[in-house]
Design a protein around this ligand. Sequence first.
Ligand code: 5GP
Length: 187
Amino acid sequence: MKQRMIIVVGPSGVGKSSFVDRAVQELPYLVDVITYTTRQMRPGESEGHPYHFVSQEEFSQLVENDFFVEWAHVHSNRYGTPRDQIVAAWDRGSGVIMDIDIQGARACINEFPQLLSIFIEPPSLEELRRRIEKRSEFLPKDFEIRMENAKKEIAAASEFDCRICNDDFAESFGEFKKIIEEYWQNG
Ligand code: 5GP
């Protein structure tokens, strides 16, 4: 059984979820892992889209039950990657793709060294700030924390297999898809 995994890393607001969503639409052998979080649902989100939303108590119970491959404090909340969805996808012959923070990415690289890691970077920090301000009707409560974390994440970009600058999405996605297709054929 091939255990193919793609992790998409990069600062909050850079567009990682758009890359993952489009990849799942265009590459039917990929499954998006629905991760777990303790953060509040935002308008337009619902259970399972894009997360399983759980309470602090439920999350702690899942940690105790060894349910997660990795989990981390990200910005002001906890997020965790469930092992069961990954194993189920591999059993069916699919590969998994997930959007994950840098701590989770390092843990996954350690546990699954065969994975493909793709870092999405913004054209600049100023452009990242502009995009987040423009796209949200309201700013995330922890917006400034996210911007501080973005600097640290960008500084760590060279740890990953590939880097793609999300300047023009259609063009960047083309590059992203090509890298995944090569990994799928050769991995
Ligand atoms: P947001 O709250 O904006 O949806 O996501 C915050 C960050 O959490 C994103 O950078 C995302 O990549 C990361 N994230 C989502 N799920 C997981 C997970 O299961 N584990 C880790 N370590 N990070 C995650």
